[in-house]
Write a protein that binds this ligand. Structure first.
Ligand SMILES: Nc1ccn([C@@H]2O[C@H](COP(=O)(O)OP(=O)(O)OP(=O)(O)O)[C@@H](O)[C@H]2O)c(=O)n1
Ligand SMILES: C[C@](O)(CO)[C@H](O)COP(=O)(O)O
Length: 394
């Protein structure tokens, strides 16, 4: 293969912990397509693109678990099979992922750009501007934007120590461009972890300058960023809603106290279980986890975990609410229905609704029915709870 003069390494191997989705961030859908696909649109839109006068090599760095998916996205974006595109496995840190990508860049390449897949809406013109600046300066080039907020230095307690002069600061983006031989040598020499490639390059003694960044090159880090990206792509400004369902069943156990909806029910037979058997709270947790795409209560709070032995429903509900919020959702409402001969809920229904509503920060409706004498609930052997939850992406 003839050595291309420009290579672009797109790092897409991060987990996206701050986004909190089940899939790695680069594979999270944005307007119906993975973030990575959008990022590649920008690469293939470069003036120096694959079909242009000069060839550009593309290396995508993906998680080991998503190699096939990444290959399919790359092939789809490239339109044609090409020996100028490849997908390699990333590392545990961004720096290791970049190093893995650089190892796949053709020797003899003049300029290499390192780009975050998470900056999915970066305009192609920014790639072109960085390439042009690397070629004219022979140094490192990064896009930067003025910092809009006043910046304070604070200590661990939050006390303000100093106001930083922001006229000297820039918020730095990608793609970051470098002459390949110098960047490779800098990576070889690096003994510490840097948050961007320019810092690593500068630590090796090389000059780095900025070109004007672009607001569209923002990094999708949190759910809020993802929503902003959706809206910029002309997606509906309607909130993203997700429903979930949860069902739980526990058998009666005369030797246990009854806990239901977070309340103690004296003089009623209890329910068996690893925890306190609060079937109603557990169904609500499952509905919330299901709506957020976070699996289920068994997967999150397994019976092998001693911390949950005998735990009350409140513990599971509070932790579920924390997980759901961490995944970028607010609870719109929850509805739960018990299928049971007893206890009779009517007298304490409002009390349960208020208690669970306060825990979840959203309305909770509780209802009950019997099974007309049919099945195990009809025979009075246990209780079934069925819950639904509605979440809104925050
Ligand atoms: N081990 C890693 C870590 C990050 N990245 C990539 O580096 C870019 C910028 O990193 P960041 O936004 O911090 O992504 P994550 O590390 O995935 O996010 P988080 O810190 O929230 O987990 C992303 O495109 C990400 O996929 C990577 O390729 N390999
Ligand atoms: C490289 C980078 O995108 C420059 O802004 C950024 O440093 C990487 O993201 P992180 O959030 O710092 O891991």
């Amino acid at each position: 293969m003839q050595s291309p003069s420009v290579a672009v390494v797109v790092v897409a191997a991060g987990s996206g912990a701050r986004l909190g989705r089940a899939e790695p961030k680069a594979f999270v859908p944005l307007a119906g397509r993975p973030l990575l696909a959008h990022a590649l649109d920008s690469v293939f839109g470069m003036g120096e693109g694959l079909d242009g006068g000069r060839s550009v090599q593309l290396v995508v760095v993906a998680p080991a678990s998503r190699l096939d998916e990444a290959r399919a996205i790359v092939e789809d974006a490239a339109g044609v099979a090409s020996d100028r595109v490849s997908v390699v496995v990333g590392g545990a840190t961004r720096q290791l992922s970049v190093a893995a990508g650089l190892a796949a860049v053709a020797p003899g390449t003049g300029t290499v750009l390192i780009h975050d897949a998470a900056r999915a809406l970066t305009p192609s013109a920014l790639f072109d501007a960085v390439v042009a600046a690397v070629e004219s300066t022979a140094g490192g080039v990064i896009p930067g934007l003025p910092v809009a907020d006043t910046i304070k230095r604070v200590d661990a307690s939050g006390a303000v120590l100093q106001t930083v002069d922001r006229s000297e600061l820039a918020a730095v983006q990608t793609p970051q461009g470098f002459p390949l031989p110098e960047l490779l040598a800098a990576y070889e020499a690096a003994t510490e972890e840097f948050t961007d490639d320019a810092a690593l390059f500068a630590a090796a003694g090389h000059p780095v300058s900025t070109v004007e960044g672009d607001a569209l090159a923002f990094k999708v880090t949190t759910s809020w960023d993802l929503r902003r990206a959706e809206q910029l792509l002309g997606g509906s400004a309607q909130p993203t809603l997700r429903t979930g369902i949860g069902v739980d069943v526990h058998a009666f156990d005369d030797a246990s106290p009854l806990w239901l909806g977070g309340l103690y029910w004296p003089d009623e037979p209890g329910l068996s279980g690893h925890s306190d058997g609060d079937v109603l709270s557990h169904a609500v947790c499952d509905a919330l986890l299901s709506a957020a795409g976070l699996g289920d209560i068994g997967g999150r709070f397994g019976t092998s975990d001693d911390r949950f032995a005998g735990a009350h429903g409140d513990v599971f509900l509070s932790e579920t609410a924390r997980l759901v919020a961490g995944a970028g959702f607010t609870v719109v409402n929850v509805a739960v229905q018990l299928v049971a001969n007893h206890p009779k809920l009517a007298a304490r229904r409002v009390e349960i609704e208020q208690r669970l509503g306060a825990l979840l920060g959203a309305p909770v409706s509780v209802s009950a029915t019997t099974a007309d004498g049919l099945g195990f609930t009809g025979r009075g052997e246990g209780i079934t709870a069925i819950a639904t939850a509605l979440l809104q992406a925050s």
